[in-house]
Design a protein around this ligand. Sequence first.
Ligand code: IDP
Ligand code: MG
Length: 159
Amino acid sequence: AGSRARAVSVRNEISYVMVKPDGVQRGLVGEIIGRFERKGFKLRALKLYSTPKEVAEEHYKDLSSKPFYKDLVQYILSGPVVAMVWEGDGVVASARKLIGATNPLASEPGTIRGDLAIEVGRNVIHGSDSPDNGERETALWFPEGLVKWDQTLEPWLKE
Ligand code: IDP
Ligand code: MG
């Protein structure tokens, strides 16, 4: 993807990815970040974060009618999270593959949830489910904006 491809796309695709409080407590942050790093995506933002209640509720508002919504918000507020934004062509779908199915018992081995979790209510990681939600969630969790930088190994990752 050269400059011509970039010129026609409106924006580079981004995914909001988050190590949930159980992943932080269990010391899985490095393991999880490492998988995205090694894949070759570009890190655009990263912080250890004590989530405000309003942010957790807004993030999961589409699930507010679900019976598990209250527990879900409580889970996300139960400790700090590691909030990240990763950028790259197809990053949203690819991150979802790296993460695995919502229920860790149904996640393929080799995926983050498949390797590192057993319960849907403690599934260690979040990843945006569409490019639009990647944008929406990034704006919610990183109102301060992203870090602009040149990944100098790009010629070794992209033809
Ligand atoms: P996703 O995280 O794979 O996108 P969603 O359906 O968007 O899955 O659900 C958001 C989060 O809500 C899940 O990651 C999980 O933590 C929690 N969740 C989803 N379904 C259930 C459930 O049936 N019981 C408890 N928690 C659930
Ligand atoms: Mg989801």
